[in-house]
Design a protein around this ligand. Structure first.
Ligand SMILES: CC(=O)SCCNC(=O)CCNC(=O)[C@H](O)C(C)(C)COP(=O)(O)OP(=O)(O)OC[C@H]1O[C@@H](n2cnc3c(N)ncnc32)[C@H](O)[C@@H]1OP(=O)(O)O
Length: 417
């Protein structure tokens, strides 16, 4: 599809120049009905890559925007380049006229021509991006745990570990980055946090506190250095009878080994004057689920987290590792990126993966959104078959593909971008 075909008539789509930043911010603030303090606007701007942004212009008026960010994201097998899609906004005066559709199509065409084979995003509303071929690839586990919930007898303990409180939290930044960068390659979905991202986290914007304290930081360490950290806030409170009823909210918690991880959770659960711990952004296989003696006390739920778009089937499927050998012919449906539509043979084994065009008959028929959903390893395909989304035309092929694409560690981004 050429760019004229993908652009709404009367609308010009082009990258936004840095000098047009004010107009960009206006569109963003109007679309989200949110006003930014100067500090917050500066932080937002520091995240953007203007040459990777697109604006939809109605005459001189900037009516819609989308940003692309250059990411290294862990996928099954290790860190790879992924385009982070963010800051999507359309002026309320121009909504439901195809502005977003034009921006999405143009962005995907650009990635196909010279970009990353995979795009990922966090959606404000889950219904928006499926029509553009994004699949729900990760979920967020949210927990509300009563304080002082007991641990199971098998919970690991290492007497050489100690806790260090760092205040203000920003002073621990180097240690935090070291821990995070070590964890990064171990979980699909985690993306490398650049300086701008760490600046925002450590700036501890009062607008993000929602009635909670400044960011608190505790490091688990031994004589050799840090082995994990917890960042959290405490929202103080008392019951009507003056019983302490504070709420501790976990912001970020990573451990390099089971004992450090358990100690950090023990710390947040035992914090004085708190009656519960809320952890709203956790991976669905968080080890805390196996540390508590009474798992029902987790009060767990989950929601969609990241949505992934396979931009180029061949480049994307060859870029990741597979949990088992597989040799299948996929028939891919993709009306937004027609270069993906049709049959591809995926062959993966000990020597790596190859994905190439084929005229052989299909073994599995599926929409590109399911490839996106399964890309980070967090989905099995039988459920999509049961839902009527995927069809198997060679017995056993779907199961083989599902086992190969699934990954032992659940994917999770951990922080909105
Ligand atoms: C990755 C991120 O940045 S997520 C942030 C997304 N931005 C926001 O939530 C800010 C507020 N909302 C907006 O700015 C706009 O309403 C947008 C960006 C969500 C949609 O922009 P629009 O230009 O109105 O979308 P567009 O007209 O291209 O709609 C395309 C299709 O998506 C549908 N759609 C658009 N928004 C939504 C939605 N929120 N929920 C469900 N469907 C939607 C439209 O109905 C249309 O469907 P159709 O093709 O069947 O007619």
């Amino acid at each position: 599809m050429n760019s004229e075909q993908s652009t709404r008539p009367g609308m010009v789509i082009r990258p936004i120049d840095e000098s047009e930043w004010r107009a960009w911010l206006d569109v963003d603030e109007e679309a989200f009905s949110e006003d930014n303090s100067p500090a917050r606007a500066d932080a937002f701007r520091s995240l953007l890559e203007f040459d990777r942004s697109l604006g939809a212009f109605d005459g001189d008026l900037l009516a819609g925007v989308v940003a692309g960010l250059t990411f290294t994201m862990t996928v099954p097998g290790g860190p790879k380049p992924v385009c982070g899609v963010t800051a999507v906004a359309v002026l309320p005066s121009h909504r439901r006229r195809g502005v977003l559709t034009s921006l999405m199509r143009r962005q995907l065409e650009g990635l196909h021509e010279s970009g990353e084979p995979v795009a990922a995003l966090y959606a404000t509303e889950a219904a928006i991006y499926q029509r553009f071929g994004y699949g729900r690839a990760t979920d967020n586990l949210f927990l509300t745990i009563p304080a002082r919930s007991p641990f199971a007898v098998h919970a690991p303990v290492d007497p050489s570990l100690r806790l260090r409180v760092v205040r203000p939290a920003a002073e621990a930044r180097a240690d935090l980055q070291k821990v995070f960068d070590t964890v990064l390659p171990t979980r699909p979905g985690l993306y490398a946090r650049n300086d701008a991202k760490w600046n925002i986290l450590m700036a501890d914007d009062p607008d993000h506190r929602r009635g909670g304290s400044a960011l608190r930081c505790v490091i688990a360490e031994d004589d050799a250095g840090p082995r994990g950290y917890a960042l959290f806030r405490v929202k103080p409170g008392v019951t009507e009878n003056d019983v302490p009823d504070g709420e501790l909210r976990v912001v970020d918690l990573f451990g390099l080994d089971p004992a450090a991880y358990a100690l950090l959770w023990r710390h947040v659960l035992d914090r004085d004057l708190c009656s519960r711990v809320r952890a709203p952004i956790r991976p669905v296989d968080d080890p805390i689920m196996h540390l508590l003696a009474e798992p029902r006390l987790l009060n767990a739920g989950f929601v969609d987290e990241m949505w992934v778009r396979v931009v180029d089937v061949d480049r994307a499927l060859a870029a990741r590792a597979y949990a088992a050998p597989v040799d299948v012919v996929l028939s891919v449906q993709d009306t937004v990126c027609p270069w993906n539509a049709g049959r591809w043979r995926l062959s993966a084994g000990a020597g790596g993966a190859v994905c190439a065009r084929t005229t052989d008959p299909a073994d599995v028929e599926l929409p590109v959104s399911v490839l996106g959903a399964a890309y980070l390893g967090g989905r099995t395909l039988g459920a999509y078959q049961a839902a009527g989304v995927v069809r198997e035309t060679r017995p056993g092929a779907l199961r083989a593909l599902s086992a190969a694409m699934a990954w032992d560690v659940a994917p999770w981004g951990g922080m909105i971008f």
